[in-house]
Design a protein around this ligand. Structure first.
Ligand code: 13P
Length: 255
């Protein structure tokens, strides 16, 4: 099964309006020359979405948001509906990022509601999963993946092509410590098997599973060449064109 490589930049709570716009233009330059062999997406903060949208207009770069609320509208001060994101031109929303789970206390139940309504709002979903260091050391990695991927029960069979998974071991995020290609492959293969159990084998073969956790130009090729690693969800190394372009290029070389 040949799956298109997918490289996404999670800008987290970084950048100014001006720097976000410049970075978006740099990424358009790096991504567009890649023809359609590599899918590239950016996930700016909510307040930079519109600036970034203008700067990636007429390119293949996909516009993503880092989160949304699990309801369509209402008295939810400070929250953002996936319908509003859709209205802003957002194509994909990241849900269940470990920082949302561990800093903001999001539960699988909340993430389930978000996945359901985002798909209903016609936004694609990048569902993030991954174990903490304590869970890995206790041999619970697969157990965690089973639990977190049960959220896929929110997905109707006709919606399965609109889901992407990001496996992000918490101990590798922002730490400079990367999962070895073997560890990543093992977890990705398990994620694919679990996707198959919930959404069926066909969906499992087609779904793109991205690795996230200190991916950079120097380790991207090795990670991306694993059979079940279909791309990368990049944090720190997505914040400058100079850091992000080599990752896009590594994906292109493997396509
Ligand atoms: P780093 O690439 O900075 O480790 O972040 C990974 C991540 O959390 C992407 O969502």
């Amino acid at each position: 099964m040949i799956r298109t490589k997918y490289i996404a930049g999670n800008w987290k709570m970084h950048l100014t309006k001006r720097r976000a716009s410049t970075l978006a233009r740099d990424i358009v330059a790096a991504a567009d020359s890649s023809d359609s062999a590599v899918k590239v997406a950016v996930f700016p903060t909510f307040v930079h979405l519109d600036h970034v949208r203008r700067n990636i207009r007429n390119s293949n770069v996909v516009l993503g948001a880092q989160n949304c609320y699990g309801k369509k509208e209402g008295a939810f001060t400070g929250e953002i509906s996936p319908y509003m994101l859709r209205d802003m031109g957002v194509q994909v929303v990241m849900l269940g990022h470990s920082e949302r789970r561990h800093i903001f206390g999001e539960t699988d139940k909340m993430i389930f509601e978000k996945v359901k309504i985002a798909l209903r709002a016609k936004i694609d979903v990048m569902l993030c999963v991954g174990e903490t260091l304590e869970e890995r050391q206790a041999g619970q990695t697969f157990e965690v993946l089973v639990r977190q991927l049960k959220v896929l029960k929110a997905v109707k069979p006709t919606q399965s092509s609109r889901i992407t998974i990001a496996y992000e071991p918490v101990w590798a995020i922002g730490t400079g410590e990367t999962a070895t290609p073997q560890i990543a492959q093992e977890a990705h293969a398990e994620c694919r098997r679990l996707v198959g159990k919930v959404l069926g084998d066909d969906a499992a073969q087609h779904i793109q599973i991205l690795y996230g956790g200190s991916m950079k130009g120097s380790n991207a090729a090795e990670l991306l060449s694993q059979p079940d690693v279909d791309g990368g969800l990049v944090g720190g190394a997505s914040l400058t064109g100079d850091d992000f372009s080599p990752i896009i290029n590594a994906a292109r070389a493997l396509s």
